[in-house]
Design a protein around this ligand. Structure first.
Ligand code: UAG
Ligand code: ATP
Length: 549
């Protein structure tokens, strides 16, 4: 998967019309820093941490990064009309060397201050009750889908809604393309303020672990935070699962959210159980809803409310078309009936989480049940997530790009009654978590009959090497189920090969890129949409069959 998006307007172009000017002495106070040069009374009316997004009057946050220091872009920042700069001591040295005349505030960790400053200057969540209801979803997989479900349900309840996530940003009539799952803090706060100005009454957003690590949602207070699951991903950033968990857990603290809904798969779900316990200890058990997907959960009443069992359990799961109907039952007897038309048991989990988050956000239970019964909101399309492209063979595009998601997606496309084969096309992202590559290969070999390894987004890494690391994992497990492991590139060729070998009873899963439309290989962006490629391959195969008759 990738965070690249086509050029054009993005979150950065959306700003509220009435910012609250902030003086530099206030900036210094909020940032825990000091005014190094310039007048304390200088005012800023916006904030950006990228020289390319600055507007006249902005505070420019020149931050150290992985590739460069933002202060290196001083000339561009001055040309853009920045009113002042917030930076760290190294940034100040760079600015002095460049002879920049901008007023400057220096703080030890300026990135940590950007959220609070943006919250102030954009007045993103005023205490007067005019801020939209705000839901946050975090977890390794399911964030996008859950926010789409919540968004559709909130709409069905009559809200005017906003959305911030991987696919798009909705803050009005026109969708805005998204570049990151969670935008940088200045954009997040500007978006929340814009939503309020535009009369949006409820918003759902994805919060990635990168966002929590890099302070992108600092200064935001959610009404309800939801946790989907934690499985292997992003170990390049976090180092270990323990660290990855600790970063996600930051969302479930009183400074960031009022209430929480935590999904626990079953009694062996180590991370889900720990998140439930953590959230209850932090927020108070009465502000947390724990949903158990399978069975009850171990309760230890002597250990206090943090260790009590599940609040909600999932039951009466019933196949409906390619989706499922299900019930959510509270231990006090409350019952919610719902259904989702999206395939995969994981989408039941996402749908259930969305329902409980909207309920925790204050929805009236009777109106909620009516909306679920009458408007089927949990069958909304989610671009590139278990998206059905064709039947005979069943052809699905899905965003699965880590081991757990791939396993679940493969299980979800299993032909009924064992009558057909599963053929999977996928790769792994370059320059990201290498440790998951052989594991994804192994998962594919265990859950598919034919494994076709191809390119995902190699970025600047040599694609053949990535393919080999994935294929090595698949070959090591070959025989577990897969009879064949093929390595084919480019991706469009791999998709065609999969369709060419598929019979009408088979399933073809093209995994990893979902809604994405640009593939970056060694610095070059190639237009590529798995859904278009799969559709075209199916049409050609159909044509071929007609001609063979
Ligand atoms: C690891 C990471 O998240 N890096 C992000 C971070 O980069 P960085 O701070 O290291 O920036 P850098 O490139 O060294 O530049 C230093 C500073 O100079 C600034 N700059 C740079 C160039 C310029 O012309 N002018 C300018 O001012 C940059 O804005 C930055 O503040 O700040 C940049 C500016 O906002 C982000 O673009 C960049 O995201 C990169 C592109 C990225 O791909 N991030 C991904 C991994 C990510 O965040 N993914 C998660 C979802 C993951 C998932 O769940 O699958 C997400 O929330 O999207
Ligand atoms: N609850 C879930 N549990 C496990 N896998 C899931 C779940 N929901 C979705 N998936 C799988 O993960 C893929 C990504 O789903 P989705 O985009 O909703 O998650 P995400 O957390 O937003 O991912 P990302 O942060 O990478 O954008 C889906 O295409 C599907 O294969």
């Amino acid at each position: 998967m990738d965070a690249t998006a086509p050029p054009g307007p993005d979150a950065q172009t959306l700003r509220p019309t009435r910012p609250r000017p902030l003086r530099l002495d206030e900036v210094a106070r909020l940032a825990g820093g000091e005014l190094a040069t310039g007048a304390a009374a200088t005012e800023v009316t916006g904030i950006s941490l990228d020289s390319r997004g600055l507007r006249p009057g902005d505070l420019w946050a020149a931050l150290p990064g992985a590739r460069t220091h933002g202060a290196a872009f001083a000339a561009a920042a001055e040309r853009s009309g920045a009113a002042a700069v917030l930076t760290d001591p190294e940034g100040l040295r760079l600015l002095e060397r460049a002879g920049t005349g901008l007023p400057a505030v220096v703080a030890a960790e300026p990135r940590r201050a950007v959220g609070a400053l943006a919250a102030h200057v954009y007045d993103s969540q005023p205490a007067d009750g005019t801020a939209p209801l705000l839901l946050a979803v975090t977890g390794t997989n399911g964030k996008t889908t859950t926010t789409y479900f919540a968004n559709a349900l909130l709409r069905a309840l009559g809200h005017r809604t906003g959305l911030i996530g991987t696919i798009e940003i909705l803050a009005g009539d026109e969708p805005v393309p998204s570049r990151l799952t969670t935008p940088e803090a200045p954009h997040v706060h500007a978006l929340l303020a814009v939503m309020r100005e535009r009369g949006i009454t409820a918003a759902s957003m994805e919060v990635s672990s990168h966002a929590l690590e890099f302070s992108r949602v600092d200064g935001v207070r959610y009404d309800v935070a939801g946790f989907t699951n934690l499985t292997q991903d992003h170990l390049d950033l976090h180092g270990s699962m323990e660290e990855y968990f600790a970063v996600k857990a930051r969302l479930f603290t009183p400074a960031r959210t009022r209430r929480a809904v935590v999904v626990v798969q079953d009694e062996d779900d180590h991370w889900g159980l720990r998140m439930a316990e953590h959230a209850r200890a932090e927020l108070g058990a009465e502000h947390v809803d724990v949903l158990a997907l399978r069975g009850g959960l171990p309760a230890d009443d002597d250990a206090g409310p943090a260790r009590r069992g599940a609040d909600w359990t999932l039951g009466a799961l019933d196949r409906r078309g390619i989706g499922h109907a299900f019930e959510l039952r509270h231990r006090d007897g409350r019952l919610v009936r719902a259904a989702t038309g999206l395939p995969g048991d994981f989408n039941v989990a996402n749908a259930a989480l969305a329902v409980l988050m909207v309920l925790a956000g204050g929805a009236d239970p009777e109106r909620l049940q009516r909306a679920l019964d009458e408007l089927d909101p949990l069958t909304t399309d989610v671009p590139g997530r278990m998206q059905l492209i064709g039947t005979g063979p069943t052809a699905v595009v899905d965003f699965a790009h880590n081991p757990d998601a791939l396993r679940r997606a493969l299980t979800a496309v299993e032909p009924p009654d064992g009558r057909g084969r599963v053929i999977v096309v996928f790769g792994a992202t370059g320059e990201r978590d290498r440790s998951k590559r052989p594991v994804m290969g192994e998962v594919a070999a265990r859950h598919a009959d034919v494994v076709i390894v191809t390119d995902d987004d190699p970025h600047d890494e040599e694609p053949a090497g990535i393919r080999e690391e994935v294929a090595a994992g698949a070959r090591a497990a070959a025989g577990a189920r897969a009879a064949e492991v093929l390595v084919l590139a480019p991706r469009a060729v791999a998709i065609r090969a999969a369709v060419a070998m598929a019979g009408p009873e088979d399933s073809v899963l093209v995994a990893g890129r979902g809604h994405e439309t640009v593939q970056e290989i060694l610095g070059v962006d190639h237009p590529l949409d798995d859904r278009d490629e799969l559709r075209a391959a199916l049409a050609d195969a159909q044509q071929g069959r007609w001609e063979d008759r």
